[in-house]
Design a protein around this ligand. Sequence first.
Ligand code: FAD
Length: 344
Amino acid sequence: MDRSKQDENKVGYDSEPQDEAPDGAAATGLRARKLLSEAQEREVRELRSSRYETRRTTVEALEEVLFEPIPVLDHGFVRVVDYMGDDAAITQAARVSYGRGTKKLREDSGLIRYLLRHRHTTPFEMCEIKFHIKLPIFVARQWIRHRTANVNEYSARYSVLDREFYIPAPEHLAAQSASNRQGRGDVLEGEEAAEVLETLKQGAARAYGEYERMLNQDEEGNPQDPERQGLARELARISLPINVYTQWYWKVDLHNLMHFLSLRADPHAQYEIRAYAEVMVDILKRWVPITHQAFEDYVAGATGLSAPAMALIKRMLAGETVEQETSGLSAREWRELMEQLDRQ
Ligand SMILES: Cc1cc2nc3c(=O)[nH]c(=O)nc-3n(C[C@H](O)[C@H](O)[C@H](O)COP(=O)(O)OP(=O)(O)OC[C@H]3O[C@@H](n4cnc5c(N)ncnc54)[C@H](O)[C@@H]3O)c2cc1C
């Protein structure tokens, strides 16, 4: 990013109205916040105006958003930079077909749903997608645990990090949950909320000021003090907080993408990573609509039952009134099952 274009507002939650998206975005209904510099927007426009003749499959709904940054959180985005395959590529692989592999849509849909329902997953590995993602470092730490993807991250040894920090929107500034040690409770309000927000903003602004001072660089990249050498970028970065934004290219096959989404678009995932996953579920829908529906039906909206839980449900279906004490489940298993069945 052209650092001379950075402004002070980048430290803090940006609640300003969003700018119009770059060319072509109107067709998608997406509105990009001012996420890219003028130069980056120009590059994206150039890419979006290019057309290649190809014998390979393309997917019109995904082409509509190709290269375009879709905003996530206050300064982050997800953009698709490349993809291979479509729903038909899955059936093509499953049938080891010479042609498109496409029979009637109904048959293709039935096969895809059968494959996912029975966890015959390798045909889904035949499709791939490559994203460019801008995300806070604390989100990247959770994300990188998903090892079955290819990653190339922006180097803060080579380049200076942007003055961009994630500051939660007021409605996401929640208290610690009393019942879930890994979760959030009610939203903070009043003075406490204001104080927390101010602490986060000031901490980020101070840390970035010190980073620039240690680098001995001003916003334009010029030396602050010609008498000083400036600390190496690989060292100056170590005092930045984990809400600073990083970027990476992330390439994954469809099988592992769905595994990632099943864990990170789930309500148990932390809101900040879930915000990215939810955008990617929409991308999944554009790219492979039949697979997306199967994913919703057999993965995202489905639930697994243990053998004791199945035995218990059979007893309940037979008309028996069962309490936790007589269920054969621990209190926690019982609570989780009742939540799954919406019976709390
Ligand atoms: C809500 C939530 C809370 C979490 N909390 C914590 C936490 O507190 N602490 C923490 O450390 N992590 C935590 N994690 C991370 C979690 O333990 C996994 O590391 C992460 O979800 C990646 O899942 P994965 O290994 O299945 O994915 P991938 O790395 O993409 O792997 C996909 C699958 O490939 C196989 N695989 C990959 N690598 C190996 C390997 N080396 N050996 C054997 N099989 C392999 C496994 O079958 C695996 O399921 C949490 C995740 C979630 C979603």
